[in-house]
Ligand binder design. Structure first.
Ligand code: PLP
Length: 445
């Protein structure tokens, strides 16, 4: 599986963005996150265009920042003309510090603190997605205090169960996110919002889950959302102008994953939307979305240096297992531990070799920390460079300092050039927040 600008060069090494990754590993050290900038920009443009071409009204693509956010990423999103979905005060701060226009920011969260709501109001963010009744009332009061009329959407739960890992399902009724449609609470919230003088209710929002490898759940959600827009018009007389269907489109982690292309996904979403809008006799609302994973996951590759290999005899089939250790693990990619996430990889300095040996890739943390179980990788040796693919989403963003690992460097590569966009933390960075109260200052003599 080669993604984006990935290819195997004459030396038999993996190349990304015209850079030999073995050179990158030598130059920047490992673990190293490599982002394929041309591929990333192409994704952003194509996703935007796929919907703009197929939908009769305005379309907005908010990149879901939580998938991967650093200042350089904000710049790319801005340059490509996308909008930005932030879900915390920290993400908002990063976006604003990078100079991102606040009117193109949407704020999410099931528990936005008063500080976060105030920061969003003061910055003048374009949309706040209200998650619950408590927030609805508080936001109206805070907006009144700051003398603003805040544009909002209300997050509703369509009652769709997308068939994806239980920790990344959010559209079913039993969830902490949003307000249920089926029991009438969502309609009640709409009624309240319309009456609040300091809120401008633009529309409704849903996000049903992540890593969805077909469009079925989105189709089901669209049907429920359009029916709900019709119900709102009927009971309140108001035709809401905006429908936000969240993110969720899946990506290729393994060669056998076949998510719809952006164009296929846009075909399905837009056709489904047009069909139900017609059925309920509604004018097309503005269509907004918040893809995260689908835009960035495949553009990232993580490089590791292979360390000791161990073959252990086991009583079950196949009688033995070979553990290949790498110099990272759950601190730079917690997804295998969190969601049983699967990945593929290649030995980057022998990218063309036959994959005739099955091994298990283990991280170096003091936990089981398995990164890839039973992968056909071929020969490996100490010092080889392992390239794990599709690590662009929810890897750097979820990285921790567990075991006191410094967070790793991120480089953007393009046209043979590599630029650091996140500097590897140092051992001293790990001590930066530590404080010694006086009673702990004395050392044992
Ligand atoms: C996580 C999230 C997204 C992005 O999800 P992806 O699966 O990465 O596309 C979009 N909107 C909301 C509200 C989210 O919580």
């Amino acid at each position: 599986m080669l993604l984006g600008t990935q290819c195997v060069n004459d030396a038999g090494h993996l190349e990304i963005g015209g850079c030999d990754v073995v050179d990158l590993a030598r130059r920047f050290g490992t673990p190293l996150y490599v982002v394929d900038e041309a591929f990333l920009r192409d994704n952003l443009r194509r996703y935007k265009q796929a919907f703009a071409e197929r939908y009769p009204a305005e379309t907005t693509v908010y990149y879901a920042a939580k998938a991967f956010l650093i200042t350089a990423m904000v710049r790319v999103i801005d340059q490509e003309g996308l909008s930005l979905d932030v879900a915390s005060g920290g993400e908002l701060h990063t976006a604003l510090a990078a100079g991102f226009p606040p009117e193109r920011i949407i704020l999410h969260g099931n528990y936005k603190s008063e500080g976060e709501l105030r920061a969003a109001l003061e910055a003048g963010v374009g949309r706040i997605v209200v998650d619950n009744f408590f927030e609805l009332r508080r936001l109206n009061a805070l907006a009144a205090e700051t003398g603003r009329v805040q544009p909002v959407l209300i997050r509703v739960t369509p009652g769709i169960d997308p068939h994806t890992h239980r920790r990344i399902r959010t559209g079913q009724e039993d969830t902490k996110f949003g307000i249920n449609i089926s029991d009438g609470s969502a309609l009640e919230a709409i009624g309240e919002a319309l009456d609040f003088p300091n809120l401008n209710l633009l529309g409704i929002h849903c996000h049903i889950g992540s890593q969805l490898l077909d469009s079925k759940s989105h189709e089901d959600a669209i049907e429920v959302m359009v029916a709900f827009l019709a119900q709102i018009r009927e009971t309140t007389g108001r035709a809401l102008e905006e429908l936000n269907i969240g993110g969720g489109l899946g990506v290729r982690y393994l060669p056998e994953h076949k998510p719809p292309t952006y164009e296929e996904f846009a075909d399905t979403v837009c056709a489904t939307l047009k069909r139900f809008l017609k059925q309920y006799d509604l004018e097309p609302p503005r269509l907004s979305q918040e893809p995260g994973r689908a835009l960035v996951a495949e553009t990232g590759t993580t490089l590791y240096t292979i360390g000791p290999t161990k073959r252990v005899n086991i009583t079950e089939d196949p009688g033995s297992r070979t553990y290949v250790s790498v110099d990272g693990g759950m601190s730079d990619n917690p997804r295998p531990q969190l969601y049983d996430a699967v990945y593929t990889a290649m030995v980057a300095n022998r990218a063309g070799q036959p994959r005739d040996q099955v091994v298990t890739v283990a991280g170096k943390h003091c936990e089981t920390d398995l990164m890839i179980t039973d992968i056909a990788l071929g020969d490996t040796d100490i010092g080889d460079i392992l390239a794990v693919q599709s690590t662009g989403a929810y890897n750097h963003a979820m990285a921790s300092n567990y075991n006191r690992f410094p967070r790793s460097t991120v480089v953007f590569v393009r046209d043979g050039e590599a630029d650091v966009v996140y500097e590897r933390e140092t051992l001293d960075d790990l001590l930066r927040q530590d404080r010694i109260p006086a009673r702990l200052a004395a050392r044992a003599s």
